[in-house]
Ligand binder design. Structure first.
Ligand SMILES: Cc1cc2nc3c(=O)[nH]c(=O)nc-3n(C[C@H](O)[C@H](O)[C@H](O)COP(=O)(O)OP(=O)(O)OC[C@H]3O[C@@H](n4cnc5c(N)ncnc54)[C@H](O)[C@@H]3O)c2cc1C
Length: 471
């Protein structure tokens, strides 16, 4: 009777899971294992919102395995030590996992693979997180891509069309003593600020597919326009599920394509704008792989000489808490605090405000997002912040400073999003909020703070700092 260990990490799913399927196909007994080892991710150990998601994602996976008569063998500490103990206890001859792509994950997995092979184990790593692995594509000159459009053209042309893999079923799920309860990982906050998260999200594979169904039924048809309107559920909201590997891009594409093919040709949705966004996720992983220093350093070294303002804790705190006095910025920051998520357009606006109007270093924003986003993802977060700050690959030019008032008037004309997250302003007409500078007393009478900076003057100061860099 042969036994294999499947090490789960950022692939909390049973379907379209190449490591699990390969192990199940070859072995009689499978020991599904998760080792909580946050130190392996240092310095980007998971933030608070991410830990909340992980707790519930692990619980969901355990329930799925329990429905098949198994359980996730849950441990905390040193992965290699634990695996060695489990290998002795189970008689496993192989270990399978799906590859991780963050620099720290690659380093730990490389060391783990070498040590286990040294012990005489067969170790198989599989590709299960992206359409194409980050090193799979290169420019004609053999270099990494630095610009999205040609990257996407190449990726799109060769997009694998294979059907997603079926749900894996082991002949026998091995259970061993010593597995921890999920609560032992202490992932949930001790001060319970997480009620808002629980009201908005259902971590786990089933929750991911429910959201996909909702998106496929409705918003995908109007995604190109709807994705910019923060008051609507115009996007898929699958980012955390994708981050934790509860769903894969291949599964998403297949469901959307199947649904589209059953729709009357005249009403068939154009899936390209949505697939392109998944392409940005691939691009972010490509960049992080080839430029592993970028979570902490500018992609564009010219920005190393940029005159950021000195870090100002008081300014940062007002930004974090949604008390800047700029309605769209505050609505976004409060949405983030309450739900662990923020609409993409608003992410761009709050990031522009922080890095340009307040001229605080983008790293302060990236760190706050890291701690508060349920979808915090090193590749996507790094790309997002550097893109807005103007120092990233294929970035928005530095001189393009988002005007939060114009953005709100254009993408939230009825102020429905603003009023949802700034309930103190709910009784004011949309026009009053969109032209708040004309009606300072109307907003002040509601207890809403005055703008913490003059948008025009701070924009000019940012452009002057950029001009000094350009000289
Ligand atoms: C400053 C900033 C920080 C960001 N930090 C993160 C982060 O930590 N984690 C994260 O997943 N996304 C991040 N993004 C990208 C984007 O905002 C989110 O992926 C998106 O809002 C998630 O919502 P959704 O799933 O409904 O997206 P949809 O519009 O439904 O898009 C589908 C999927 O495509 C991917 N995607 C979409 N837009 C982008 C993008 N611009 N870059 C990379 N991938 C993208 C995501 O995986 C997303 O789930 C950031 C963007 C900015 C501007």
């Amino acid at each position: 009777m042969s036994t294999a260990i499947v090490l789960f990490r950022r692939d909390l799913r049973l379907a379209d899971n190449p490591a699990l399927l390969a192990a199940c196909a070859k072995h009689d007994r499978i020991l599904p294992t998760y080792v909580h080892a946050p130190a392996e991710h240092a310095p980007w150990t998971p933030g608070a919102a991410s830990r909340w998601w992980l707790h519930h994602g692990l619980q969901a996976l355990r329930s799925q395995l329990a429905a098949q008569g198994g359980d996730l063998h849950l441990l905390a500490g040193d992965t290699l030590e634990h695996l060695r103990t489990l290998i002795r206890a189970s008689g496993a001859t192989e270990v399978h996992w799906n590859r991780r792509y963050e620099p720290a994950g690659i380093a730990s997995d490389t060391a783990l693979k070498a040590a286990l092979r040294e012990d005489g184990l067969a170790v198989h790593s599989h590709a299960g997180h992206l359409w194409r692995e980050p090193w799979a594509l290169a420019t004609d000159a053999g270099q990494p891509y630095r610009v999205f459009t040609p990257f996407w053209r190449k990726l799109r042309a060769g997009l694998p069309d294979a059907a997603p893999l079926p749900v894996a079923r082991a002949r026998e799920w091995l259970r061993l003593p010593g597995s921890l309860p999920t609560t032992a990982l202490e992932l949930l906050p001790t001060i319970r600020w997480d009620a808002g998260l629980a009201g908005h999200w259902t971590p786990g594979e089933a929750g991911a597919h429910e959201l996909l169904e909702i998106f496929a039924d409705d918003a995908v048809a109007d995604y190109a326009q709807g994705r910019d309107l923060p008051a609507r559920h115009g996007t898929s909201r699958l980012s955390s599920h994708l981050h934790f590997g509860e769903i894969t891009p291949a599964q998403i594409r297949r469901v959307l394509q199947d649904r589209a093919s059953r729709t009357d040709a005249r009403k068939r949705p154009d899936l390209e704008p949505y697939l392109r966004e998944l392409g940005w996720r691939e691009f972010a992983h490509h960049l992080l792989h080839h430029f592993p220093h970028t979570p902490d350093a500018n992609f564009n070294p010219r920005f190393d000489g940029f005159r950021w303002a000195a870090a100002d804790e008081a300014l940062l705190e007002r930004w974090r808490r949604g008390r800047t006095g700029i309605p769209l910025v505050d609505a976004g920051m409060r949405e983030l605090w309450h739900t662990g998520w923020m609409h993409n357009r608003v992410r761009m606006v709050v990031a522009s405000f922080l890095t340009k109007n307040l001229r605080q270093h983008w790293r302060h924003g990236a760190r706050w997002f890291w701690d508060t986003l349920v979808d915090a993802d090193l590749a996507n977060n790094t790309l997002g912040w550097q893109w807005v700050a103007g120092c990233g690959a294929d970035a928005a030019p530095y001189f393009r400073v988002f005007n939060p008032y114009l953005q709100a008037a254009k993408f939230d004309p009825d102020a429905a999003y603003l009023k949802r997250w700034l309930p103190e302003l709910a009784s004011l007409p949309a026009k009053t909020i969109h032209e708040a500078w004309r009606h300072p007393s109307a907003l002040a009478s509601k207890g809403y703070p005055a703008p913490m900076v003059d948008l025009g003057a701070s924009r000019d100061a940012a452009l002057a700092a950029w001009g000094a860099l350009a000289d």
